[in-house]
Design a protein around this ligand. Structure first.
Ligand code: FMN
Length: 212
């Protein structure tokens, strides 16, 4: 076992420390965020920080890295028109999705460079990813600055949702296995996921035997 104190973490070589810290939140979801610029360029970027904020109203958030470091097209586009899409990443195009994180110029589209197809649904402003089976269109409702590291929590309300009927289970939830969703560890490793079990709602007075 290795224990890192705060000082030892700080003294770890920069790249190694970043890789270690980036793995600590565990497996993360892989999503592509689609936006459109004021001049109509379709933008796409991979984000692993998408998080459920609440079901009613239906809200999802994601963490935007500091915008001082580099121009962030996703951020600029959302600020200019208020809309974005979140598209799940499946095994069949995880490599295409990964390379959307490369830096492209304002007038270049990651859709073209990374072999993915923009799709427009129900007149929604921002582009969806045609290859993705689970996709939603959101309107920015809140932007929360995280002052401890200059990141921003961007929160959107789902305005449109597209899912395959076969992936919805009787209780309403989505079966992420049948659409082959992937998850990510660190910033560069993609994993297939297999379901272990579904459990009943946990109640204090109805616990099964949990002895190991
Ligand atoms: C696996 C992976 C996960 C990423 N997750 C995030 C994230 O959650 N937030 C973020 O701001 N950038 C994230 N990035 C970096 C963006 O994808 C990258 O900065 C991208 O170039 C932004 O594109 P844009 O300038 O078109 O917005 C991630 C990159 C990779 C490879």
């Amino acid at each position: 076992m290795k224990i890192f104190t705060r000082t030892e973490l700080a003294e770890t070589e920069r790249r190694k420390r970043a890789n270690l810290i980036n793995s600590l939140s565990g497996y993360k979801p892989a999503n592509l965020i689609g936006t459109i610029s004021g001049s109509g360029v379709h933008n796409l970027a991979i984000f692993t920080s998408v998080v459920h904020i609440g079901a009613d109203p239906p809200l999802l958030g994601f963490v935007m890295r500091p915008i001082r470091d580099a121009p962030r097209h996703t951020y600029q586009n959302i600020k200019s028109n208020g809309y974005f899409t979140i598209n799940h990443v499946h095994e069949s195009f995880a490599d295409n999705a990964h390379f959307t994180s490369a830096k492209f110029a304002d007038d270049e589209s990651e859709f073209d460079h990374c072999g993915l197809t923009p799709e427009f649904l129900s007149g929604f402003t921002a582009p969806f990813v045609a290859e993705s089976k689970v996709k939603m269109g959101l309107r920015l409702v809140e932007e929360i600055p995280v002052t401890s590291n200059d990141t921003i929590l961007m929160i959107g309300e789902i305005e449109i949702l597209s899912i395959p009927e076969f992936a919805q289970m009787d209780d309403g939830s989505l079966d992420l296995n049948v659409v082959n969703d992937v998850c990510v560890s660190g910033l560069d490793t993609y994993h297939a996921v297999s379901k272990i079990m579904s459990l009943p709602y946990a109640k204090r007075d109805n616990l099964p035997s949990l002895e190991k």
